[in-house]
Design a protein around this ligand. Sequence first.
Ligand code: MG
Length: 280
Amino acid sequence: MLYFFKGKYRLMEKLIITVAPTGNVPDRKTSPALPVTPDEIAEDVYRCYRAGAAIAHIHARDENGKPTADPQVFKVIMEKVKQKCDIIIQFSTGARGGGGAEERGACIALKPEMASLATGSSNFARSVNYNPPDLIKDLIRRMLRYGVKPEIEAFDLSALEYASYLMKKGLLKAPLHVNLVLNVPGSLQGTPRNLFFLMESIPAGCTWSVTSIGKSHHQLSALALILGGHVRTGIEDGHDLEAGKPATNAELVQRIAVLARAYERDLADPAEARSILGLS
Ligand code: MG
Protein backbone atom coordinates (compact mmCIF):
# COMPACT_ATOMS: atom_id res chain seq x y z
CA MET A 1 0.00 0.00 0.00
CA LEU A 2 1.26 3.49 -0.86
CA TYR A 3 0.76 6.74 0.98
CA PHE A 4 1.57 10.34 0.13
CA PHE A 5 3.96 12.24 2.41
CA LYS A 6 6.34 15.15 1.86
CA GLY A 7 5.49 15.45 -1.83
CA LYS A 8 6.16 11.78 -2.65
CA TYR A 9 4.35 8.47 -2.77
CA ARG A 10 5.94 6.05 -0.36
CA LEU A 11 5.53 2.41 0.49
CA MET A 12 3.60 1.98 3.73
CA GLU A 13 5.70 0.30 6.40
CA LYS A 14 4.14 -2.18 8.77
CA LEU A 15 2.54 -0.53 11.78
CA ILE A 16 4.55 -0.25 14.99
CA ILE A 17 2.31 -0.20 18.06
CA THR A 18 3.92 1.22 21.19
CA VAL A 19 2.29 0.48 24.50
CA ALA A 20 2.72 2.90 27.42
CA PRO A 21 1.34 0.75 30.23
CA THR A 22 1.98 2.78 33.39
CA GLY A 23 3.16 6.40 33.07
CA ASN A 24 3.61 8.65 36.09
CA VAL A 25 0.06 9.93 36.56
CA PRO A 26 -2.55 7.11 36.47
CA ASP A 27 -3.50 5.28 39.65
CA ARG A 28 -5.52 2.20 40.50
CA LYS A 29 -8.54 4.27 41.57
CA THR A 30 -9.20 5.46 38.03
CA SER A 31 -7.38 2.63 36.21
CA PRO A 32 -7.90 -0.65 38.09
CA ALA A 33 -5.82 -2.53 35.48
CA LEU A 34 -2.76 -0.29 35.90
CA PRO A 35 0.44 -2.35 36.22
CA VAL A 36 2.67 -0.87 38.95
CA THR A 37 5.23 -3.36 40.26
CA PRO A 38 7.99 -4.74 38.00
CA ASP A 39 6.23 -8.13 37.95
CA GLU A 40 2.90 -6.55 37.00
CA ILE A 41 4.53 -4.38 34.33
CA ALA A 42 6.41 -7.33 32.79
CA GLU A 43 3.30 -9.52 32.79
CA ASP A 44 1.21 -6.74 31.25
CA VAL A 45 3.84 -5.86 28.62
CA TYR A 46 3.89 -9.53 27.64
CA ARG A 47 0.10 -9.52 27.16
CA CYS A 48 0.46 -6.39 25.00
CA TYR A 49 3.23 -8.03 22.98
CA ARG A 50 0.91 -10.98 22.35
CA ALA A 51 -1.76 -8.47 21.25
CA GLY A 52 0.60 -6.83 18.72
CA ALA A 53 2.75 -4.23 20.50
CA ALA A 54 6.38 -3.98 19.34
CA ILE A 55 7.64 -1.26 21.72
CA ALA A 56 7.05 -0.86 25.46
CA HIS A 57 7.43 2.71 26.81
CA ILE A 58 8.38 2.14 30.44
CA HIS A 59 7.96 4.26 33.56
CA ALA A 60 8.99 2.95 36.95
CA ARG A 61 7.17 3.19 40.30
CA ASP A 62 8.60 2.71 43.79
CA GLU A 63 7.24 0.33 46.45
CA ASN A 64 4.56 2.93 47.33
CA GLY A 65 3.42 3.17 43.74
CA LYS A 66 4.96 6.63 43.27
CA PRO A 67 6.99 7.55 40.15
CA THR A 68 10.71 6.92 40.55
CA ALA A 69 13.82 7.49 38.44
CA ASP A 70 15.72 4.81 40.39
CA PRO A 71 17.67 2.84 37.77
CA GLN A 72 17.48 -0.27 39.98
CA VAL A 73 13.73 -0.43 39.41
CA PHE A 74 14.13 0.12 35.66
CA LYS A 75 16.75 -2.65 35.65
CA VAL A 76 14.42 -5.16 37.30
CA ILE A 77 11.58 -4.26 34.90
CA MET A 78 13.89 -4.66 31.90
CA GLU A 79 15.16 -8.05 33.07
CA LYS A 80 11.66 -9.34 33.74
CA VAL A 81 10.33 -8.15 30.37
CA LYS A 82 13.30 -9.66 28.53
CA GLN A 83 12.63 -13.03 30.16
CA LYS A 84 9.21 -13.04 28.53
CA CYS A 85 9.61 -11.55 25.05
CA ASP A 86 11.82 -9.58 22.67
CA ILE A 87 9.65 -6.42 22.65
CA ILE A 88 11.70 -3.20 22.18
CA ILE A 89 12.19 -1.51 25.55
CA GLN A 90 11.98 2.28 25.64
CA PHE A 91 12.61 4.00 28.97
CA SER A 92 11.01 7.33 29.78
CA THR A 93 13.28 10.29 30.56
CA GLY A 94 10.21 12.55 30.84
CA ALA A 95 9.88 15.66 33.00
CA ARG A 96 6.95 14.47 35.09
CA GLY A 97 9.19 12.46 37.40
CA GLY A 98 11.10 15.67 38.27
CA GLY A 99 14.84 16.11 38.71
CA GLY A 100 17.64 17.08 36.33
CA ALA A 101 19.52 15.15 33.67
CA GLU A 102 21.42 13.12 36.28
CA GLU A 103 18.19 11.73 37.67
CA ARG A 104 16.09 11.58 34.50
CA GLY A 105 18.95 10.10 32.48
CA ALA A 106 20.17 7.51 35.00
CA CYS A 107 18.18 4.72 33.34
CA ILE A 108 19.98 5.31 30.00
CA ALA A 109 23.15 3.61 31.32
CA LEU A 110 21.14 0.36 31.43
CA LYS A 111 21.21 0.45 27.62
CA PRO A 112 17.54 0.05 26.74
CA GLU A 113 17.20 0.05 22.95
CA MET A 114 15.33 3.36 23.07
CA ALA A 115 14.57 6.21 25.44
CA SER A 116 12.14 9.10 25.17
CA LEU A 117 13.58 12.58 24.61
CA ALA A 118 11.41 15.70 24.77
CA THR A 119 13.20 18.35 22.69
CA GLY A 120 11.26 21.31 24.02
CA SER A 121 9.31 22.61 26.99
CA SER A 122 5.54 22.94 27.26
CA ASN A 123 2.87 22.61 29.93
CA PHE A 124 1.10 19.63 31.39
CA ALA A 125 -2.26 20.13 33.09
CA ARG A 126 -0.74 21.00 36.46
CA SER A 127 3.02 21.25 35.89
CA VAL A 128 5.70 22.34 33.45
CA ASN A 129 7.08 19.91 30.90
CA TYR A 130 10.53 21.29 31.71
CA ASN A 131 13.18 20.51 29.11
CA PRO A 132 15.79 23.27 28.85
CA PRO A 133 18.46 23.00 26.11
CA ASP A 134 21.33 21.92 28.39
CA LEU A 135 19.26 19.10 29.84
CA ILE A 136 18.23 17.94 26.36
CA LYS A 137 21.86 17.89 25.21
CA ASP A 138 22.98 16.06 28.35
CA LEU A 139 20.34 13.36 27.77
CA ILE A 140 21.38 13.05 24.10
CA ARG A 141 25.06 12.62 25.05
CA ARG A 142 24.09 9.84 27.44
CA MET A 143 22.09 8.16 24.68
CA LEU A 144 25.01 8.45 22.27
CA ARG A 145 27.40 7.04 24.87
CA TYR A 146 25.25 3.96 25.53
CA GLY A 147 23.95 3.40 21.98
CA VAL A 148 20.34 4.24 22.86
CA LYS A 149 18.04 5.53 20.11
CA PRO A 150 15.98 8.54 21.19
CA GLU A 151 12.29 8.86 20.44
CA ILE A 152 11.75 12.58 19.98
CA GLU A 153 8.67 13.64 21.98
CA ALA A 154 7.16 16.67 20.24
CA PHE A 155 4.36 18.37 22.17
CA ASP A 156 4.63 21.37 19.88
CA LEU A 157 6.21 22.54 16.63
CA SER A 158 9.16 24.11 18.43
CA ALA A 159 10.28 20.67 19.69
CA LEU A 160 10.34 19.34 16.11
CA GLU A 161 12.27 22.33 14.87
CA TYR A 162 14.79 22.03 17.71
CA ALA A 163 15.26 18.32 16.90
CA SER A 164 15.97 19.27 13.27
CA TYR A 165 18.45 21.88 14.48
CA LEU A 166 20.26 19.36 16.69
CA MET A 167 20.33 16.93 13.78
CA LYS A 168 21.94 19.56 11.55
CA LYS A 169 24.49 20.24 14.31
CA GLY A 170 25.32 16.51 14.33
CA LEU A 171 24.19 15.86 17.91
CA LEU A 172 21.11 13.85 16.93
CA LYS A 173 21.67 11.12 14.35
CA ALA A 174 19.34 10.68 11.37
CA PRO A 175 16.94 9.10 10.78
CA LEU A 176 15.02 10.29 13.81
CA HIS A 177 11.96 8.62 15.23
CA VAL A 178 9.49 11.32 16.21
CA ASN A 179 6.42 10.94 18.42
CA LEU A 180 3.79 13.67 18.04
CA VAL A 181 2.06 14.11 21.39
CA LEU A 182 -1.36 15.72 21.17
CA ASN A 183 -4.26 16.69 23.42
CA VAL A 184 -2.25 17.09 26.60
CA PRO A 185 -4.06 19.86 28.54
CA GLY A 186 -1.77 22.90 28.25
CA SER A 187 -0.31 21.80 24.90
CA LEU A 188 -1.73 21.33 21.38
CA GLN A 189 -5.29 20.05 21.09
CA GLY A 190 -5.77 16.65 19.46
CA THR A 191 -7.31 17.74 16.17
CA PRO A 192 -6.64 16.61 12.59
CA ARG A 193 -5.56 20.17 11.79
CA ASN A 194 -2.86 20.09 14.47
CA LEU A 195 -1.72 16.64 13.38
CA PHE A 196 -1.33 17.80 9.77
CA PHE A 197 0.38 20.96 10.97
CA LEU A 198 3.01 19.00 12.91
CA MET A 199 3.45 16.43 10.15
CA GLU A 200 4.56 19.19 7.78
CA SER A 201 7.66 19.74 9.90
CA ILE A 202 8.82 16.16 10.44
CA PRO A 203 12.30 16.05 8.88
CA ALA A 204 12.45 13.98 5.68
CA GLY A 205 13.34 10.33 6.14
CA CYS A 206 12.15 10.18 9.75
CA THR A 207 9.71 7.64 11.11
CA TRP A 208 6.90 9.07 13.22
CA SER A 209 4.09 8.09 15.50
CA VAL A 210 1.14 9.71 17.23
CA THR A 211 0.22 9.72 20.91
CA SER A 212 -3.09 11.42 21.32
CA ILE A 213 -4.40 11.63 24.83
CA GLY A 214 -7.94 10.92 25.98
CA LYS A 215 -10.93 11.48 23.71
CA SER A 216 -8.98 12.25 20.53
CA HIS A 217 -7.04 8.98 20.72
CA HIS A 218 -9.15 6.79 18.50
CA GLN A 219 -9.62 9.28 15.65
CA LEU A 220 -6.02 10.47 15.55
CA SER A 221 -4.70 6.92 15.79
CA ALA A 222 -6.82 6.06 12.75
CA LEU A 223 -5.46 9.09 10.91
CA ALA A 224 -1.87 8.15 11.77
CA LEU A 225 -2.52 4.65 10.44
CA ILE A 226 -3.84 5.95 7.14
CA LEU A 227 -1.12 8.58 6.76
CA GLY A 228 1.82 6.21 7.23
CA GLY A 229 2.58 6.95 10.87
CA HIS A 230 2.79 4.63 13.85
CA VAL A 231 0.63 4.60 16.98
CA ARG A 232 1.13 4.66 20.73
CA THR A 233 -1.58 3.58 23.14
CA GLY A 234 -1.85 2.53 26.78
CA ILE A 235 -3.17 3.48 30.19
CA GLU A 236 -0.44 6.18 30.52
CA ASP A 237 -2.28 8.12 27.82
CA GLY A 238 -5.62 7.84 29.59
CA HIS A 239 -7.93 5.97 27.27
CA ASP A 240 -11.21 4.24 27.93
CA LEU A 241 -12.67 1.74 25.52
CA GLU A 242 -16.01 3.39 26.17
CA ALA A 243 -16.66 6.47 28.27
CA GLY A 244 -16.28 5.57 31.92
CA LYS A 245 -15.17 1.97 31.22
CA PRO A 246 -11.50 1.62 32.15
CA ALA A 247 -9.50 -0.57 29.77
CA THR A 248 -6.59 -2.93 30.17
CA ASN A 249 -3.44 -2.19 28.20
CA ALA A 250 -3.88 -5.33 26.10
CA GLU A 251 -7.43 -4.25 25.19
CA LEU A 252 -6.10 -0.87 24.05
CA VAL A 253 -3.43 -2.56 21.90
CA GLN A 254 -6.07 -4.91 20.47
CA ARG A 255 -8.24 -1.97 19.50
CA ILE A 256 -5.39 -0.45 17.46
CA ALA A 257 -4.67 -3.87 15.92
CA VAL A 258 -8.33 -4.09 14.81
CA LEU A 259 -8.11 -0.59 13.30
CA ALA A 260 -4.90 -1.55 11.49
CA ARG A 261 -6.58 -4.59 9.99
CA ALA A 262 -9.50 -2.44 8.84
CA TYR A 263 -7.07 -0.16 7.03
CA GLU A 264 -5.03 -3.06 5.59
CA ARG A 265 -1.94 -2.32 7.57
CA ASP A 266 -0.01 -5.30 8.91
CA LEU A 267 1.57 -5.11 12.35
CA ALA A 268 5.34 -5.01 12.75
CA ASP A 269 6.70 -7.57 15.19
CA PRO A 270 9.67 -6.37 17.30
CA ALA A 271 12.24 -7.62 14.74
CA GLU A 272 10.43 -5.80 11.92
CA ALA A 273 10.11 -2.69 14.09
CA ARG A 274 13.88 -2.80 14.71
CA SER A 275 14.45 -2.81 11.00
CA ILE A 276 11.99 0.07 10.37
CA LEU A 277 13.59 2.13 13.16
CA GLY A 278 17.17 1.32 12.20
CA LEU A 279 17.95 -0.35 15.53
CA SER A 280 20.87 -2.74 15.33
MG1 MG B 1 5.82 8.61 29.32
